[in-house]
Ligand binder design. Structure first.
Ligand SMILES: Nc1ncnc2c1ncn2[C@@H]1O[C@H](COP(=O)(O)OP(=O)(O)O)[C@@H](O)[C@H]1O
Ligand SMILES: [Mg+2]
Ligand SMILES: [Zn+2]
Length: 298
């Protein structure tokens, strides 16, 4: 037998020295697997994942979701292997049933729905919509969005404190959690600030409004027009409608008065072009919120 070279000898010694560490790591890993196996059977994955399957964190400005405790280790098919299915004759793959839940969590975390309305019940009895039959029309519109019908955009118009944003949120959460659709909340003044901040050294294009926004689903634009009425802001307002992707449904809330001309009027704040596009896009679903300022009425 050939004597081991000095180099090989020292390599073996090094490996020997590493062994206790490696054993410890193996033990830890087995312990981890043991934790999965110790979980009680979470049961069948539901056909449709909803808010009940989530743990929602509202400590930040926008809501964030993770799996409810029950599903933390997977469903009945995969909880014993930590969310994985061992493939026959192939590599293990992530559980396709739990994939739906991951998808929902992803959609929630991209929605940027504001935390301030989460879990706060919207009271329809306190709603004060102008016009005969408008409440029914609004219900129809909401159902249409939920059911992925090709509905027009909608606008909630009225003075501050009338519950426009709260209702927009409520619809958004329903469409997202129960309807499985993509939803994105956009605070208009912040959105414009964001676009400006992203310019950097880049040359400004005429309209960047849709950069970073989704190409399908419900896009809620809150406080539309509540920004300085510069020519640039007017161009962005116009682009919101003009460049809106086909598969996006717009829901807009605004304090601007569509019928008022001059200061406080829509045409003045948005520019004639954008104001007329708003009517074009949301014409059949413009809802005027009246009544008291709910922020003061306790
Ligand atoms: N119908 C309602 N049910 C429950 N709370 C409401 C209702 N309408 C308004 N509020 C509350 O009144 C406050 C103002 O509503 P908000 O939606 O922010 O008004 P707006 O967007 O019209 O300025 C919020 O705290 C909201 O939760
Ligand atoms: Mg509001
Ligand atoms: Zn699973």
């Amino acid at each position: 037998m050939q004597p081991l070279s000095a180099g090989t000898q020292s390599l073996i010694e090094k490996l020997e020295a590493m062994r206790p560490e490696a054993r410890k790591r193996d033990r830890e890993r087995r312990k981890g697997l043991g934790d999965w196996a110790k979980q009680t059977n979470p049961g069948e994955a539901p056909k449709i994942w909803t808010a009940q399957d989530l743990m929602v964190d509202t400590s930040a400005a926008t809501i964030k979701a993770q799996k409810a405790q029950k599903w933390m280790y997977g469903c009945v098919d995969c909880y014993q292997s930590g969310g994985w299915i061992s493939g026959v004759g192939r590599d293990a793959y992530p559980c396709p049933k739990c994939d739906g839940l991951n998808g929902l969590i992803d959609r929630v975390n991209r929605s940027r729905l504001p935390s301030k309305f989460y879990g706060k019940k919207y009271d329809r009895n306190r709603q004060n919509l102008a016009g005969e039959g408008s409440a029914d029309l609004l219900t129809d519109w909401g159902r249409g969005v939920f059911g992925r019908e090709d509905v027009s955009g909608a606008a909630f118009v009225g003075a501050p404190g009338r519950g426009k944003s709260h209702l927009a949120y409520t619809i958004g959460q329903w469409v997202l959690f129960q309807g499985g659709r993509r939803v994105r909340w956009v605070n208009w003044p912040k959105h414009l600030e964001g676009i400006k901040a992203s310019y950097g050294d880049r040359r400004t294009r005429s309209a960047e409004c849709w950069d970073g926004l989704p190409t399908k689903g419900l896009v809620i634009v809150d406080d539309f027009g509540a920004a300085q009425a510069t020519e640039w802001a007017k161009t962005q307002s116009w682009a919101l409608f003009e460049e809106c992707p086909q598969a996006v449904t717009l829901l807009i809330t605004t304090n601007l008065n569509p019928s008022e001309s001059g200061a406080g009027g829509m045409a003045d704040a948005l520019g004639e072009r954008a104001a007329s596009r708003l009517f074009g896009v949301c014409g059949s679903a413009i809802f005027v919120f009246g009544g008291e300022d709910k922020r003061r009425a306790i």
